[in-house]
Design a binder for this molecule. Structure first.
Ligand SMILES: O=C[C@H](O)[C@H](O)COP(=O)(O)O
Ligand SMILES: C=C(OP(=O)(O)O)C(=O)O
Length: 369
């Protein structure tokens, strides 16, 4: 397994992309957008990296378990935990092995799902994630990025862990969604109609973050929109433009991540979010992201936030059904300097280290028993 991924990390799957002939590319030389490479279609990538029988059989049960928590039929809490972003697939697999080992020790009270985030939304500009730039140097080998992303998700799923990701580019869902047990729509895209349509057609439960401003209303609107059937523009398996019809997703929920005005994990904010959902006739089900503006981007504060949420839940706030933690092998973050990276340290937001994460999840499970 590891040998396979190591090899993949080094060898670009050239057969999956095709540089357009110079004559074709140069037609667009002076255009603001230059198309110089075709990418594999979703069908081609899926064929190249098929889902094993074991993973395919396990995924529906994982999704059902998450649905049950989202709906309140299972009183455990969902915990979406893992690196802010994946930049080193081998380090991510090492993390996944540790989480898979911890999982049975807490699974009576918590259901861990691993963050395998291969796309990053940026406030302005910055590295956009493994799917866009797996070599971390701006070369943007997206064919390899897609291949690595799918391969890694499959490896994580093979360990028995449910896989979570944020879908930023709606087109990418078709490459990955047969591996996803939980999906995030981020704070910067919750208001986007395209993302709401996408969520409406996913089998996985979808968490909509409140806006970066702190506005929870847009996430409530998003849940409403995602629950509806839609007809929207999309791509089929062969990459052709297609009219897509969706059924509506009844497992969308709000994720409180704080905002420009400060955190929103406290009991007053939780009650306000609950009231907003109830007022819109929607189930009052909430996940709290312990990171981002809830931790004021200080990874150590995630522990305080988690303890506060668990205490509220233990005191009877049953609308709180989930937690999110940004966590990697080692704590903190580092600047993205290719060739000088420390192993297992985030290159985007600061993360809790593994030891602190493990201790915190064991403590939370105990508190919820
Ligand atoms: O989760 C990661 C970041 O908070 C998000 O991608 C924005 O990052 P940036 O503000 O560093 O661009
Ligand atoms: C980008 C993320 O969060 P948000 O959309 O809340 O900023 C994230 O969870 O990685």
């Amino acid at each position: 397994m590891f040998a396979d991924l190591t090899e993949l990390t080094m060898n670009a799957p050239e057969y999956l992309s095709e540089r357009l002939a110079e004559s074709q590319a140069s037609l667009a030389e002076n255009a603001p957008v230059r198309v110089n490479m075709t990418l594999p279609t979703p069908g081609e990538l899926r064929q190249c990296l098929p889902v094993s029988t074991q993973v395919a059989e396990r995924l529906p049960a994982q999704r059902r378990a998450i649905h049950d928590i989202v709906r309140g039929r299972d009183d455990r809490m969902l915990v979406v935990v893992g690196p802010c972003s994946i930049h080193d697939p081998l380090a991510a697999l090492e993390y996944a092995r540790r989480l898979a080992e911890l999982s049975p020790r807490i699974s009576d009270r918590l259901l861990p799902v691993m963050r395998v985030y291969v796309e990053k939304p940026r406030t302005t500009v910055g590295w956009k994630g493994l799917a866009y730039d797996p070599d971390l140097d701006g070369s943007g080998d997206m064919a390899r990025g897609l291949h690595l992303s799918r391969h890694l998700m499959h490896e994580v799923a093979t360990l028995g862990l449910p896989v979570a990701t944020e879908v930023l580019q709606p087109m990418l869902a078709a490459y990955l969604d047969d591996l996803l047990a939980w999906v995030a729509i981020g704070a910067r895209t919750t208001e986007s109609q395209l993302h709401r349509e996408l969520a409406s057609g996913l089998e996985a439960a979808v968490g909509f973050k409140n806006a970066t401003s702190g506005d929870v209303g847009v996430a409530v609107d998003a849940i409403h929109a995602a629950a509806h059937p839609h007809r929207h523009f999309g791509l089929d398996e062969r990459g052709r433009p297609a009219l897509c019809e969706t059924m509506g997703n009844s497992h969308a929920h709000v994720v409180l991540r704080g905002g420009h005005r400060g955190p929103n994990h406290d009991s007053v904010s939780v009650r306000a979010a609950r009231a907003a959902l109830e007022g819109a006739g929607l189930p009052a089900r909430l996940m709290v992201d312990c990171s981002h503006a809830n931790a004021c981007k200080d990874h150590r504060r995630q522990a305080e936030v988690l303890r506060d949420v668990v205490a509220q839940r233990a005191a009877g706030e049953t609308s709180l059904m989930g937690l999110m933690l940004e966590s990697h092998l080692e704590e903190g973050r580092q600047e993205l300097v290719p060739g000088a990276l420390r192993h297992g340290v985030s290159v985007t937001d600061p993360c809790l280290g593994w030891q602190a994460t493990e201790a915190l999840l064991l403590e939370a499970a105990e508190r919820l028993r």
